[in-house]
Design a protein around this ligand. Sequence first.
Ligand code: GRF
Length: 197
Amino acid sequence: MTKIAVFASGSGSNFQALAEAIQTEGVPAEISILISDQPDAYAITRAEHLGIPVFVFRTKEYSSKAEFEGLIVEKLREAGVDIIFLAGYMRLIGETLLTAFAGKIVNIHPSLLPAFPGKDAIGQAFNAGVKVTGVTVHLVDEGMDTGPIIDQESVRIDEEDTRDTLQKKIQQIEHQLYPKVMKQLVSAAAKREEVKK
Ligand code: GRF
């Protein structure tokens, strides 16, 4: 059973999509913990409904990123976490987490990277007038949305699209692509475990 942590700062719709895919598709994985830096995040309410333990922290209570990430690493170790999925976690991952979970942190970003990294990727694409944008799932490195790409899906921006309709289209694709990549990573992890036995 692969143990997953999801990090979310906001609504958590991608977190929910991952949790539902595990439940309905019999993926041999569990989301062992939700990590959030925002005590009011709706993702926390979703975790409560899903019966998933939560660790919430407030960065202002720590003197450095290394300090709060050190505590997160402790929580992840206690929960036996194998893979981390960032789902709208609005912070750059620091050295402490990157070292502890090297090659095991995944992010989803609402554009076809390397186009439109950073905040409001959907608004950036819409304002740029591009006709095609999309969704990227990638491994996390020390940069902002820069790690190796695992998978991508494109989304057309039609004449009649507004920023809101584009956002809805992108979210729909995210909720398919992230579970799809999760299933691939979980089955790769299961195969590695088999080899070890
Ligand atoms: C998603 O668009 C994701 O790609 C980005 O942040 C957003 C999170 O949405 N990294 P939600 O909280 O999962 O609804």
